[in-house]
Design a protein around this ligand. Structure first.
Ligand code: IPD
Ligand code: CA
Ligand code: CA
Length: 256
């Protein structure tokens, strides 16, 4: 294991512990905006991870949802952190949420880890290596036909209407085996990575929602683009991540 793998994995496990402690001692909720809340567990997780980064990688920048928003996304060393992805599931008591940490250099992913504490699934990817789940190599599904595809989709479905692709999305839902909404981008991307599902779509993400998950999916063989089929960067907001077999067709249906 590289130093970075040991570091990211231990931060993820430590953060999960902080989240559990915060939950047990009674969650305090901060309202950030309409439909946008953070909890004392989000802050506890973030404080723990940022503290570890500052101590062990002192020259690095941190981008993290609740408190760290640097302008430079192409720094030599940038950690991109989502202390809890799926906060609203977490608040409701739905056990689908995760912690995400990625390391980028010059805007390109170098390493990424996601931990889904309730599923005890620890995903990790590093440049030049196959992604792993709990230490074992993973790869995307081999499903070929769209009729057999199981897809996941961003929970903010009204955004599809705002983007003019709602009719396309409904067609995909009709044509595929199933299209489901989990409310956590890290689950969605990691489930493409390990072949649990065949594709997933997102409409308006922030860098911390996808920085690790998309890299884990790619290093497991996934194709990942924006919804016009262009290469993604940390500034991209909408995504299709898939096993590659129906990528062009799904984009075509969404945009027709
Ligand atoms: C959210 C989740 C969700 C996506 C939202 C994100 P958060 O992240 O990833 O799946 O639809 O756009 O904001 O707020 O739970 O970290
Ligand atoms: Ca998120
Ligand atoms: Ca979050």
């Amino acid at each position: 294991m590289s130093d970075m793998e040991i570091f990211i994995k231990s931060c993820l496990i430590g953060a999960a512990r902080r989240i559990e402690e915060a939950r047990k001692s009674g969650l305090k909720i901060t309202v950030k905006g309409r439909n946008d809340r953070a909890t004392s567990a989000d802050f506890a997780s973030e404080q723990f991870i940022a503290g570890r980064i500052k101590k062990e990688y002192p020259g690095s920048l941190i981008l993290s949802e609740e408190s760290y928003h640097p302008e430079d996304l192409v720094a030599d060393s940038l950690f991109v952190v989502d202390p809890i992805d799926g906060t609203h599931n977490f608040i409701q008591g739905i056990p689908l949420y995760g912690i995400s940490i990625a390391h980028y250099s010059g805007g390109k992913p170098q390493a990424g880890g996601v931990y889904l504490p309730n599923q005890r699934r620890l995903y990790y990817a590093e440049k030049g290596k196959q992604s792993t789940l709990n230490g074992k190599p993973i790869s995307v599904s081999k499903t070929k036909k769209l009729e057999d595809f199981f897809l996941l989709c961003d929970s903010r479905i009204h955004l599809a209407e705002d983007m003019g692709i709602l009719r396309g999305l409904l067609r995909i839902e009709r044509m595929s085996q199933h299209t489901r909404f989990l409310g956590t981008a890290v689950h969605e991307m990691c489930y493409v990575a390990d072949g649990t599902v065949d594709a997933e779509m997102d409409f308006k993400l922030k860098p911390y929602d996808f920085a690790a998950g998309i890299f884990i999916a790619q290093q497991a063989g996934a194709k990942a683009t924006d919804l016009l089929g262009q290469k993604w960067s940390l500034s991209t907001k909408s995504f299709l991540v898939s096993n590659g077999r129906q990528h062009k067709r799904i984009l075509g249906i969404l945009n027709e």
